[in-house]
Design a protein around this ligand. Structure first.
Ligand code: BT5
Length: 321
């Protein structure tokens, strides 16, 4: 049912606003006229504006801003990232769905998207607030085939992809090591990377990205730390284009990293680093310590300099200003 609706949509979209006769849809898909009519009605319920004219057929007038395969894949210029998009109107968390897909053997680069998460997740059991239809919430399944130690920079590659996407749209984003993208000092995007691995090899990674695109308001106390592109830029933006552009920018950075060329993503994270030179605090052996944030090294670790003159490199974790 859903597959047939998608096929009809693809046929209509290929004609870019020109009419496709009902008969040609019937012939190429092997369904009855009544079935085509029913599927077109469902497309209308999904938010597509479809005109039907007797003896001419159907044509698409406009498409809704939804994160489905039909809407995202045509905007991609990737080889494998996002070529398989699985969209659910509502899920608990796209990371959980993506992990289930990963366990069932989905292809490398599969992306799970949703319009609403009922239990969006942050790191260390924290939650991620979701406003239906207003954000990009997606999880990418990656099968790098490399040892687990290669995983930490992948979060920053995601953050770099989001940051350059937002930069190209005219925003001034900053990357807060290791997993946030900020605008005006507030969080516009968070990333949650999870991994299933054996001792010497990653089975798969799920990288969940949440971008507050058209979010008008946040619940308390999230409103104190969060912002959205709408709140920053004053206008609504096309979530499909943003999701696709993040995937387009992620693929070459990720591929470069796997081939041993991590310089491009590092250059972005360093150039847009929010923390560098700032006084920060973090937990060390159960105690809160303060230090000055330094550079990010080739393995994606954050250098921190203690008041006494010693230094350390953090692999992951939570740092506060
Ligand atoms: C994160 O955790 O920032 C990771 C967020 C990942 C979200 C994506 S959405 C798609 C995928 N599916 C999921 O279930 N998750 C991923 P962390 O660094 O722990 O930050 C969590 C903190 O950010 C919360 O405790 C709040 O203070 C704040 N927060 C919650 N919702 C937010 C939002 N929508 N925007 C900005 N900040 C938020």
């Amino acid at each position: 049912m859903v597959v047939m609706k998608g096929k009809i949509l693809t046929m209509l979209k290929k004609r870019q606003g020109d009419f496709v006769s009902g008969q040609s849809i019937c012939d190429s898909l092997g369904v009855s006229r009544t079935a085509v009519w029913k599927h077109v009605n469902q497309l209308k319920e999904d938010g597509y504006q479809v005109e039907s004219v007797p003896r001419k057929g159907y044509r698409i007038i406009s498409s809704p801003d939804v994160l489905t395969s039909e809407e995202i894949v045509p905007l991609l210029d990737t080889d494998f990232i996002g070529r398989n998009v699985i969209n659910h109107h509502e899920v608990e968390s796209t990371n959980l769905t993506a992990k289930a897909e990963g366990r069932s053997g989905c292809v490398d680069g599969t992306v799970v998207t949703t319009e609403h998460q009922t239990g969006g997740r942050g790191r260390s059991g924290r939650s991620w607030s979701s406003s239906p239809g207003e954000a990009v919430q997606m999880s990418i399944v990656l099968r790098p085939g490399t040892p687990p130690a290669t995983a930490p920079p992948i979060t920053q590659i995601g953050a770099a992809a989001v940051a350059v996407t937002l930069e190209a749209m005219g925003f001034a984003p900053k990357v807060k090591w290791p997993n946030d993208v900020l605008i005006s000092g507030k969080k516009v995007c968070g990333i949650l990377t999870e991994m299933t691995c054996e001792l010497d090899r990653i089975d798969f990674i799920v990288m969940g990205i949440g971008i507050n695109v058209n979010v008008k308001a946040f619940p308390k106390p999230v409103d104190e730390v969060a912002t959205s592109l709408l709140l920053e830029g004053g206008r609504s933006l096309d979530r499909r284009k943003i999701a696709a552009e993040v995937l387009n920018r992620f693929e070459p950075l990720y591929r470069g990293y796997l081939k041993g060329n991590g310089k491009t993503y590092l250059e972005i994270c360093r150039r847009l680093s929010w923390l560098e030179g700032k006084e920060i605090s973090f937990e060390k052996d159960g105690i809160t310590v303060t230090a000055t944030a330094g550079d990010i090294d080739e393995e994606g670790r954050l250098e921190v300099h203690f008041p006494g003159g010693s230094s350390e490199k953090l692999l992951s974790g939570e740092v506060h200003l």
